[in-house]
Write a protein that binds this ligand. Structure first.
Ligand SMILES: [Zn+2]
Length: 410
């Protein structure tokens, strides 16, 4: 007697072998038989015309607080996701926490539950809280460089002093020993963008020493900052120097200069692997990317010092004009203002789903001015039409590329 039999489905077992028709029997929490099953079960599902697979692994999420607030995770379960790796892009905004970075946690959590108070400061405490909250799916945490750097140095743009670097390394080591599965960087975002490669090598060593993962939202995915290919090479170099296992996050070729060159990213990773560097990647298979208003639109200098400092710059008309000039560049580098669509804007949800050109027309201003006014009200999210299908295909075909399905992204 089985607990459950899923009959007549087409099984895709995740090993890479060809799909086949079979019944699947489950007892307790294990698959105990696959094939033609004659036995009986407490319940049965007829999966005729449907695919039966193991649960999907989502290697790149930002759900760090989600399971504390809603452990049922219906949005993921109904998409078939049974495992999430959180804490990506340098943002483990739930831990470690102190007075320097707690606003990152509040910003992310207030929109769901303004009364939620974290009862921990360490990764250990956070993981305990996660376990106590319970979750319908398996989750694992990573410790983020941006979060740790802010905890130690606030939003300072300089290199860490030897003491600060030691403190950061200690926070990484403690978080990994507490159970984080890896560490991540977001070198395109502030404060990750303020770091040099030397700092990243130093803070990645604890993960390398423990055989854990280094996930990186690389320094550039387009023609900003150092540019896509040097940034990609930097992630591989971190693996070469430290021995860490490298996961390049959401591999993509953004912007007209790089459209059509996605396959070169795969070639670079293959060459690194023949050299013995354990590098792999993940991808969200869409032509649209998504990120915060400031991350999408603002030059890095305009973000130094955090949100209040940026708002102060916008209050000064000369500086505002300089910020606006850079915003113009960011808007126009892909598919212009029509390709910038508001995905989330808590103060006025009626703007969600509308593009920047459309909003600017209604407000009687230029799109870049609309972008500034939106940011002045709140840090929301855009989706940006920034990629091309031929690159998405070339990247998706690589066997070591994990494909992601996201509802909430960054
Ligand atoms: Zn990212």
């Amino acid at each position: 007697m089985f607990d459950l039999i899923i009959r007549n489905g087409t099984v895709v077992d995740g090993t890479g072998s060809a799909r086949f028709k079979a019944d699947v029997a489950i007892k307790g929490d294990s698959v105990v038989s696959v094939g033609k099953i004659n036995g009986e079960a407490a319940s049965e599902i007829d999966a005729t015309g449907k695919v039966v697979t193991p649960g999907f692994i989502d290697l790149h999420t930002h759900s760090d607080n989600s399971f504390l607030i809603d452990p049922h995770a219906d949005s993921k379960l109904t998409q078939g996701v049974t495992f999430e790796l959180m804490g990506n892009c340098g943002m483990s905004y739930c831990a470690p926490l102190n007075e320097n970075n707690i606003d990152g946690f509040k910003e992310r959590t207030d929109k769901y539950d303004p009364n939620y108070q974290p009862g921990w400061s360490t990764m250990d405490g956070y993981l305990t809280a996660l376990e106590e909250a319970g979750s319908t799916i398996n989750v694992a945490a990573q410790v983020g460089h941006g979060t740790v750097r802010r905890a130690v140095m606030g939003m300072e743009t300089n290199m860490p002093s030897p003491e600060q670097l030691d403190q950061m390394i200690g926070l990484f080591a403690d978080s990994l020993d507490a159970g984080a599965l890896g560490m991540s960087t977001g070198l395109w975002y502030s404060p990750g963008s303020y770091s040099l490669a030397d700092e990243i090598i130093a803070v990645t060593q604890p993960a390398a020493d423990r055989g854990k993962l280094y996930s990186s939202h690389i320094r550039s995915e387009a023609d900003d900052l150092g540019g896509l290919f040097p940034a990609h090479a930097e992630a591989i170099e971190i693996g070469r120097r430290t021995g860490a296992r490298i996961q390049i996050s959401h591999v993509k070729a953004v912007g007209p200069k790089f459209w059509g060159r996605g396959y070169e990213l795969i070639e670079g990773m293959e060459r690194a692997r023949t050299e013995g560097i354990d590098v792999a990647g993940d991808q969200y298979p869409y032509e649209w990317s998504s990120t915060g208003f400031s991350g999408a639109m603002f030059a890095r200098w305009a973000l130094v010092g955090g949100r209040q400092a940026t708002l102060d710059r916008l209050a000064d008309s000369d500086t505002r004009a300089q910020v606006r000039a850079d915003v113009t560049y960011y808007i126009n580098r892909n598919h212009s203002a029509e390709g910038c669509v508001v995905a989330s804007f808590p103060p006025d949800q009626s703007l969600e789903g509308r593009n920047l050109q459309d909003i600017a027309d209604e407000w009687g201003c230029e799109p870049e001015e609309a972008a500034l006014r939106l940011y002045e009200q709140s840090e929301g999210n855009y989706v940006l039409h920034s990629m091309e299908l031929k690159d998405i295909d070339a990247i998706a075909k690589w066997p070591l590329m994990a494909i992601l399905r996201w509802l909430i992204v960054a």
